[in-house]
Design a protein around this ligand. Sequence first.
Ligand SMILES: Nc1ncnc2c1ncn2[C@@H]1O[C@H](COP(=O)(O)OP(=O)(O)O)[C@@H](O)[C@H]1O
Ligand SMILES: [Mg+2]
Length: 255
Amino acid sequence: MVEAFAVASGKGGTGKTTTTMALGMALAEEYDVTVIDADTGMANVLFHAGLADVETTLHEVLAGNAAVEEAVYRRFGMNVVPCGTSLAGFQEAEPSRLRDVVATLAEGTDIILLDSPATLGSRSAVLPIVLADRLIVVLQPTIPSLSDGLKVQEYATTYGTDVAGILFNRVTDDAAIDDIAHKAERYFEGETLSTIKESETVRAARRAGKPLLAYAPDSPPAAAYEQAASALTIQSQDPNVVADRFRSTVIPDEQ
Ligand SMILES: Nc1ncnc2c1ncn2[C@@H]1O[C@H](COP(=O)(O)OP(=O)(O)O)[C@@H](O)[C@H]1O
Ligand SMILES: [Mg+2]
């Protein structure tokens, strides 16, 4: 039973990494979850997961200098594959190897969450979206964010990646969000999984180097992520078939 989700948005700072870790922990209550920092140019899972000083990361794996298993860390009830933050590490990484990484991990887990880059500008940026079965789009309730998110959806569906749902984060206007979410559902192919408010607790969790659900499991934003996770219906697939598909994914040409 494997399904790979790309957590994506059109810009940085919308809360993709926060969401990846929070959804991951919520889903880990029921499934074996593997989180991969596929944002290899602007990696930050390691800061959200207390893994800032580990030696082997996805960069070394993508450079061909380490086996996948060496970059998997058991944290917060999940398997976490962090990525390094150095420019040299990014330059040495071969993006296409991500296919084998995801395929190898798919054979031993239920759900893969790919924390994805914010742009569509390069092969390394689009590959997580192309590889994933479905997309979770993280949006802020603003027109530019919705517009960016729609572009990601359009791109993803071109490559056969469906939208599992959208998630509004950093919401400040309680009165307007229902209307915005309702309108957005007309344009996005997935339902609204949850709405997370702008919250000091979310920021404090990041500063503490912990996922929100570990730092403040009883907080309102944690409850909102639990709700998002339970709104996701996980599709059951044969792990071997999925792994083969990941390995043979055709990588789009340079954008
Ligand atoms: N709901 C929220 N309320 C307040 N701060 C948030 C919220 N979601 C994310 N943040 C903060 O915004 C910053 C960017 O979030 P992050 O998850 O790293 O975004 P991305 O991965 O999309 O760039 C982080 O400092 C994070 O703590
Ligand atoms: Mg991020």
